[in-house]
Every structure is written in C-alpha cells, then in structure tokens.
Design a protein around this ligand. Sequence first.
Ligand code: ZN
Length: 294
Amino acid sequence: MTLGVDIGGTNTKVALVRTGVATNIETFPTGSDSARLVANICEAERRCRQGPLRGAGVAVAGFLNAARDRLAYNPNLAWLAGFPLREALAEALGTGVRLEVDSNAACLAEHHLGSGRGSRRFLCLVAGTGLGGGMMIDGDLLRFNGECLGDVGHVVVDPDGPACSCGGRGCAEAMVSERGIVENAGAGDTLRDVIESATQGDPRAVEALAGAGRALGIAMASLAQIFSPDRIALAGGLAEAGALVTSAAELSFRQAVNAEARSAVTVVKAELGWRAAVIGAAAAWDRNFPLSVI
Ligand SMILES: [Zn+2]
C-alpha cells in the first residue's frame, strides 16, 4: 500500500492506493496552518492505514521549488509556501515522501490508467478551483516553471474578457471559473447546480457551460501549437459536465487550430474523476506503479 495525499486549495484527501485503486479515502478542509495540516494528514493516515506503508506521494496545488520539497507558489495557499512540507510529513508519517504538483499527478494517473492510455504526447487540463495542466511525453512529465507545465491556465483567450486573479484579463482560468459560470447561468450557487440545470435542459445553463467549453477550446488550440499533443484530456470539476463542455471545446479547438494539429489531436474527457490526483500522487512515489486497474 502506498499513501496518496492531495492537498487542494479547499480540501485535502488522504487515501490508500494499491494497483491504481484508491480506498479508505478521507477528506477534510485544508485549513490555513502548516503544522495543523501535517497533523491532520497523519490522523487521517492512522484511520485509513491497514498495514505497513511503502511510502507516500503528496500532490500539492501550486508550483513546487526545484528540490521538490516544498510549495513555492500558490496565492490560494500562501501560508504553506516555503514550509518544509516533505521533511515534516516524512518525520510525522515515519516513511519516505515525494511531492508532486497536483496537475502533474492527475496527468500521470490519467496517462497510466485513464484517458491517456497509449498516448505518446498527452496533455491533461485540470479545471477545478483554478485551471492547470500536465503534459507527458513518452511517459515522462514535462517540467518547466514550478516543476510543472507552468501556468497554462493563464493563456489569454479574450483580451476583453473578465479580470483574472493573476491581475491579467481574459485568461482561460478566468473564462472557465466556477463563479463566472454560475453568474452566466443564473442557476444555483455552484458549478454542480449549473451542470444539474443544464442536464435538465435549462438553456442559460447549457450556454454558460458551452461558453466555458469554447474558451477552453481556444486555450487548447494555443497550447497545441506549442506542445504538439496527440491527445488532450479535460479533467477536474468542469469535466463532470461531459459533452456539455467537451463538445463546445472540441468544436472551438478545431476552428481555431491549424490543419495539421486539427487532424493529429483528439479531445477527450478524463476518466478517473476526482480520484486522479491521489492516485497520481501515489504513482509519483512508486515508479513501479502498476499499469492496470484491478
Ligand atoms: Zn490569469
């Protein structure tokens, strides 16, 4: 058993992972105190533990430092930046720990076990609280700024678009934010409410999700020109809307991208849902990660 941990901007998940399956999943608020977070992860580990651990893989929302032993940057987790997270967790858990950027972890899991199987150049976009992404080329994660693909969510899609948390305007992340989609849909308070309304045929909710899909498609077209993926998967909460988002994304992608990329790339929905990051975190620990799901 390997421990998989996913430290998100809002919630943290702890799970046991074996042969690509996450079990005994514990979820709790991430909070805003580094020592408390380490203690909470250890308490969750004790509750779900079933035997000796091989090690722990920890996915963190945000950029890591070059040594990959701490969070370097995430405005939503500013209190955690610079804290010696890997060392503190290794000491508290009594086992080896590896940190990984959460979008890399999701990409790794989808590549091994989900929508990216068989892809040589796999781009996985994760639309959750923010918009991130990971890229695997011939089985290896691409690492630029922050030990990941960089801030792909801040590719500008519409220079006249809404203000973004980064200080820019019209970034893909701002165009697909939960708040923006909920405002445009005028249905409920959460993305889940909008997806529910759209599934029942509410035209404003359908259009709000399609609008987010179109923005994603344009971002995908820009990213495809740089990274030449053969497959692009959409993961995260927005992917739960399924074809309501991916159809619009694929259409706008195909309209915006050049002919060569148009024929070379397929756009798909991720398959592992919210479990992708904990499974991928465990895979980051164990390079002998099994390549099949039991
Ligand atoms: Zn931005």
